[in-house]
Design a protein. Structure first.
Length: 376
């Protein structure tokens, strides 16, 4: 089958975590013999910032790291109807321009033979409700929401005829342990400062515990304002700037523990939705300690796959415990990795996607999924 993904960007993961998941999904689809292509706009905030930050060579590195991945850029005048005419499945990400969201829905309504899915991996359904409410989703076959609370929000508001929960996951072709690499640092956090959505939390659960314990700590990510960089420096934390997602597993491997600091909108308004980094970190076999986060869907086993700190003081204590107790660190790493391998890889999500497509009942998709050639 042919899958077309409308995304903010496939080639850039600069402050764009959905690219991580999309690459993993496309990789698994292609592994199964399907065709997968991404379409991204000519004006892309993530791609433009990546080039501005790292130079054009960063785009070349993407092509070297992900050979065989197809991403086409569209601009004004692009024939979207022609681009999806031979598609079996079209997945439209939530950051797609509203006019294009509506145009693709119209193409489906006017005889398009593809299954049309809308994919939401953000918190705008609660933080910018009017933006989502204004999208024309009536002609979409279904909505994919990356958490149950987000799915319920769509259902309650009447956005879309059918809504399915489709969590993100780890691309285990990239994210896996590297036991051959020496662990030279104590703590690493890979994440972006963002729009002050977790500024206080980062100070409480990352900066102050690191300083209190005198840890060798590294922070990687973007959009750190001057006052944040100053706080890191005063705490003796090394700031390394942007890191390509494909290099994150090696960075995890060089450190003994990591932390999970969720953004406030998810904790307060969309409980149960982790960031993709928790999937990726556990897939790398690194012990993890999380700031407060309610695993409402029981995706993991808190206390077994990772530890949860209710305060900065408890984070300090738990980090000390993990770093001083090799057996505790090993147990967390083994348990977390086992849960990822059993439930949360991109392979699992592609299986779920096929189940969703069958539930949507589009004849063209149903025939192809049920043919003997579709079986692995």
């Amino acid at each position: 089958m042919k899958f077309v993904f409308y995304t903010h960007s496939l080639v850039s993961d600069w402050n764009h975590g959905n690219a991580h998941f999309l690459r993993g999904v496309m990789r698994d689809l292609m592994r199964r013999g399907h065709e997968a292509v991404a379409l991204e706009p000519a004006v892309s905030w993530s791609r433009d910032n990546l080039v501005r930050d790292q130079g054009p060579a960063a785009l070349d590195r993407f092509r070297e790291t992900f050979p065989g991945f197809r991403s086409e850029i569209y601009a004004d005048g692009f024939d979207h109807e022609q681009a999806v005419a031979d598609a079996d499945v079209v997945v439209v990400h939530e950051w797609t321009q509203p006019a294009l969201v509506e145009r693709l829905g119209r193409a489906r309504r006017d005889g398009g033979r593809f299954t049309l899915l809308f994919h939401d991996t953000h918190h705008r359904a609660v933080s910018a409700e009017e933006d989502i409410a204004g999208l024309m989703l009536a002609d979409y076959d279904a909505v994919l929401a990356f958490g149950e609370t987000l799915r319920q929000r769509y259902r309650k508001a009447g956005w879309g005829s059918r809504v399915f929960t489709w969590h993100e996951a780890a691309d285990t072709a990239l994210f896996h342990p590297h036991p051959e690499i020496e662990r030279t640092g104590d703590l690493i956090w890979i994440g972006n400062w963002g729009d002050d959505e977790r500024s206080a939390e980062l100070m409480e659960f990352l900066v102050r515990p690191s300083r209190a314990l005198g840890l060798t700590t590294c922070v990687r990510g973007v959009r750190y304002p001057d006052h944040a960089l100053e706080a890191l420096s005063k705490a003796g934390i090394a700031y390394g700037g942007w890191i390509a997602n494909a290099e994150a597993p090696l960075a995890f491997a060089r450190h003994r523990v990591t932390v999970h600091v969720p953004r406030r909108p998810y904790v307060e308004n969309l409980p149960g939705i982790p960031t993709i980094r928790i999937f990726e970190a556990l897939a790398c076999g690194i012990p993890l300690v999380s700031a407060p986060w309610e695993d409402a869907e029981r995706l993991f086993r808190p206390g077994c796959d990772y530890l949860v700190a209710g305060s900065g003081e408890e984070m300090t204590r738990l980090l000390r415990d993990v770093l001083s107790d090799p057996e505790l660190a090993r147990s967390l790493a083994v348990s977390g990795l086992a849960t990822i391998e059993a439930r949360h890889t991109c392979r699992h999500r592609v299986d779920e996607l096929f189940s969703i497509l069958l539930a949507c009942g589009t004849d063209r998709v149903t025939r192809q999924i049920n043919t003997p050639e579709a079986a692995e």
